[in-house]
Design a protein around this ligand. Sequence first.
Ligand SMILES: Cc1cc2nc3c(=O)[nH]c(=O)nc-3n(C[C@H](O)[C@H](O)[C@H](O)COP(=O)(O)O)c2cc1C
Length: 387
Amino acid sequence: MSAPRLLEPLVLRGVTLPNRLVVAPMCQYSARDGLVGDYHLVHLGRFALGGFGLVLVEATGVTAEGRISHGDVGLWSDEHIPGLARVAAFLREHGSVPGIQLAHAGAKASSRRPWEGGGPVTTGDAVPGEEPWPTVAPSAVPAAPGYPTPHALTAAELGGVRDAFVAAARRAWTAGFDVIELHAAHGYLLHEFLSPLTNRRYDGYGGSREARMRFPLEVAEAVRAVWPEDKPLFVRVSSVDGSRDGLTVEDTVAFARALKAAGVDAVHTSGGGLGNGWQHPIGYGYQVPFAARVRLEADVATVAVGLIVDARQAEAVLAAGQADLVALAREAQDDPNFALHAARELTGGSFDTYPVQAGPRLASRGELLARLGPWAGPDPVQVEQPA
Ligand SMILES: Cc1cc2nc3c(=O)[nH]c(=O)nc-3n(C[C@H](O)[C@H](O)[C@H](O)COP(=O)(O)O)c2cc1C
C-alpha cells in the first residue's frame, strides 16, 4: 500500500503542515467584544488533538464594524491578542499549525447570530448592548432584501480598511499564528469588490474584472508586505457566485493568478454568498472542481472544501491532483478526530495513538498505559452510574 497523500507533510515557505487536513474556518458567534474565551480554546483545541494539520480560526473582524455579528472574534485591538495567543499556543503544542482568517463583513455586517434568526440587527429587536451599526461596502447595495443600504466606501476610506487588515495581520503574528487566510468569499467585503453583482463602482475599483480585483489585491499585497517572509498567506475565494450572472470560474482563475503574483501561497476555493441562492450542482465534493481548475490554470496551491466527509474521498482529491490540501467544516465539527480516524483507515493500522498532555503529540497506547500505571480503582464495569 503506498503512503497516503493525506498524511504527507506540506512545506509552505518556512512552515511545515504535518498533513493535508485543514479545519475550515467556522464562525461560532460566541466571542464578547471580539474576545475569545475558553469556549474557543476547546472548540479549536479538539481539532489539534484530533490530528488536523492546519486549524483555521473563524472569520476574525479586522474592525469592529467589519464583524458579521456582535459575537464575532476580532483582532482590531491589541486587547484581542492574549486570548488568541493562548489558542495558537495550544494548537501548536498539540501538533497543528495555527492559522487565522482575517475578515471584513462589508454589507453583511451587523447581522443577528444564526440562532437569533439571522438577518440584520434592527433597533427595535436588538438585545440591549447589541445595537445595529452602520455598514460599508464597495457600493450602496444592500446585502439582501431587508438589509440596510451600506455606505459606499470612498477611495480614501479604502486605505483605512486596507490598513486595518495590515494591523490585524501584525497582531496575528504577535499572537503566534503561522498562517493568515484573507476572507474574500461568501459575500463579505472583499468578495463584494470582486463580484459584478455588488460592485457598481467606476473609479478604478470597479467596472472591468481587473478593476474589481484591485482592492482585494491591494489588501493581499499590503498584508504580504508585513507578514513574515517565512509564513504562508492564503486567500479564500468564492470561486463562483451563487447565481450564474455573477463571478465565474474564469474570473477566479484570473484572480488566483494575480494573487500568486502578489505572493499568496494557496487559494481556498469555496463558493457562493452572493446572488440568488446556489444555482450550481451540489453534492459530495461539489466544489472540488473549482480547486482543480484554479490549481491547473493558475498554477497555485489550492485548498478544496465543500462536503468532503470521508477519508478515501479526501485522499482521492489529492491523488487526482485536484488540490494540495483538503478542508472540512461540518464534518470536522461532527468528528473532531477525523484526521486520526483517516490515518487509521488509510494505513490499515490500529487506532493505538492518543494525544497526551505535555508529551509527544501522539504517544502510543502502550506508552500511555505505562504512564498511567496499573489500574488501582474499582473494576470499571461494576461502577454504577449516578441516576
Ligand atoms: C458553523 C459554520 C461556520 C462557518 N463560518 C465560516 C467562516 O468563519 N469563514 C468562512 O470562510 N467560512 C465559514 N463557513 C463555511 C465553511 O468554512 C465551509 O466552507 C463550508 O461549510 C463547506 O464545507 P463543509 O461541507 O465541510 O461544511 C462556516 C460553515 C459552518 C458550518
